[in-house]
Design a protein around this ligand. Structure first.
Ligand code: SF4
Ligand code: SF4
Ligand code: FES
Length: 234
């Protein structure tokens, strides 16, 4: 198989090419590790190696993936595998991008727990209450949904799929004490209604989260939707 890896150093980008064999069960991260054993200058991020830390997001043959979760054999096309950094983020070196936007976007939508919990007693929640937002807590902030999101092509101020999933997580958590409509209003300031339903966030998410559905649910819960006047027309 021909392996091409996009490199970026000193403001120059170029491809390194290799002829490599691969094991049937080999992950793309393991393949990168093998290349790096020969060329210590190759730079990429990884940590947990088990789809938990969200650091190893890259592109393989134009698909955004977690390198530690994806098998080489599943991504080869015409006996070739092209590895590149993700889109929509500034490349720092080789496959490493500046992902500081993850924190910035979460801050913009108030993506944290607001509580008035009495620490002297248990803050109980029923299994049914937990079920409402349990899936959304699986988000590992890998950014894959953001890198693929079409709404960001039109307006970079769109908070991004993962950020709205974070809003959903707190709007549907019965323990969170921030006013739910206030959370939705903040989401609207960050262009909640700009989602164009392309579904790419749901397709790409390694944790099976559909941010598109989370956005729809937030829109349905909105007591003051921006298009209410036009709805009245009908
Ligand atoms: S469905 Fe909406 S949030 Fe998801 S990738 Fe498409 S535009 Fe972005
Ligand atoms: S929603 Fe999925 S794709 Fe998006 S950051 Fe979270 S885990 Fe990654
Ligand atoms: S190395 Fe942690 S998600 Fe891939």
């Amino acid at each position: 198989m021909k392996l091409k890896i996009k490199r970026f150093l000193n403001n120059k980008s170029y491809f390194d090419e290799y002829e490599v064999d691969f094991r049937d069960d080999e992950t793309i991260l393991e393949l990168l590790d093998r290349i790096r054993d020969k060329d210590r200058s190759l730079t990429y991020r990884s940590f947990c190696r088990s789809s938990i830390c969200g650091t190893c997001t890259i592109k393989a043959n134009n698909k955004t993936i977690l390198a530690c979760k994806s098998k080489v054999k599943d991504f080869i096309e015409n006996d070739e595998l092209v590895i590149e950094p993700v889109d929509k983020a500034k490349v720092i070196k080789d496959l490493v991008v500046d992902n500081s936007f993850l924190e910035e976007k979460i801050k913009k939508v108030n993506g944290w727990f607001v509580d008035e919990i009495d620490v002297t007693k248990e803050n109980l929640q029923t299994p049914e209450e937990l079920k409402k937002y349990d899936k959304q807590t699986d988000c590992i902030l890998c950014g894959a949904c953001f890198y693929e999101c079409d709404a960001l092509e039109y307006d970079k101020n769109f908070a991004g799929p993962f950020a709205f999933t974070k809003v959903y997580r707190f709007v549907f958590d019965s323990r969170d004490k921030m006013d739910k409509q206030q959370r939705i209003e903040i989401a609207k300031e960050n262009l909640l209604y700009n989602c164009i339903n392309c579904q790419k966030c749901a397709i790409v998410c390694p944790k099976g989260i559909s941010s598109m559905m989370d956005i729809k649910m937030l829109q349905m819960k909105d007591k003051n939707p921006p298009f209410s006047d036009s709805f009245n027309f009908f």
